[in-house]
Ligand binder design. Structure first.
Ligand code: IYR
Length: 224
């Protein structure tokens, strides 16, 4: 099942001149800095083949023992999106009206989020990302997966980046608890919802919170 059965030469590596490395690193940084999480979505459809390629890119993520412990459910079906919205808003209502500690709500205030999640219906795609807590072979035999959270987290980061590169926007949405997603989407017990990635075009009047990204000094230490 995709597990390496032997070592072969590294044939895909491309060596670049240092100047080109620098240029590419800089161009990628500029592109990454342009990315914003968006909460105001247009209902303009997104071609399925673009979603397919972004998901395939996510599936190249490094992962524990190459178990590829993920599953992506790309939902564009309006009834399924509606069912997800209804269930998620129910959880969010409980969160915003009581379950969330005051400190958490204060931290969220600048983002302007609340229990209303209309984008779960209006955005063209919801990609529900599942992590496989353990693998189940075709004959039903179970086997352990490793570093599932790390693997699925990296894959999701790559998915977000691929979507940005493709000229779309996304929102990481984490209703809690999320078990309703297994039921609505008919996913098996060994799969645990990781998050919902809302994907599409921004609405023409989309706004985003003003925020500052930490400087290099704040996020990194070089020991030379
Ligand atoms: N899941 C809730 C709350 C929420 C939590 C965090 I941490 C955020 O960065 C944003 C929202 C919601 O989606 O509204």
């Amino acid at each position: 099942m995709g597990t390496p059965s032997g070592l072969v030469p590294l044939s895909s590596y491309v060596e670049l001149p240092t100047d080109e490395m620098r240029e590419r690193a800089s161009a990628f940084l500029t592109e990454a800095q342009r990315r914003r999480t968006v909460r105001d979505f247009s209902d303009r459809p997104v071609p399925r083949d673009i979603m397919e390629m972004c998901i395939l890119a996510a599936g190249t993520a490094p992962n524990g023992a190459h178990r590829q412990p993920w599953h992506f459910v790309a939902v564009s079906n309006p009834e399924v999106k509606r069912a997800i919205r209804i269930a998620a808003e129910e959880e969010e209502r409980a969160f915003y009206r009581g379950r969330a500690p005051e400190e958490w709500l204060e931290a969220l205030a600048p983002l302007g989020t609340d229990e209303a999640k209309p984008f779960l219906e209006s955005a063209p795609y919801l990609i529900v990302v599942f992590g496989e807590s353990y693998a189940v072979a075709k004959d039903g035999e179970k086997s352990k997966n490793y570093y599932v959270t790390e693997s699925v987290g990296i894959a999701t980061g790559m998915l977000i980046t691929a979507i940005h590169r493709a000229g779309l926007v996304s929102l990481t949405h984490t209703p809690s608890p999320m078990a309703f997603l297994n039921e609505i989407l008919g996913r098996p017990q060994n799969e645990r919802p990781f998050l919902i990635l809302v994907v599409g075009f921004p609405s023409p009047d989309a706004t985003v919170p003003q925020l500052r990204r930490k400087s290099l000094e704040e996020i990194a230490t070089f020991m030379e």
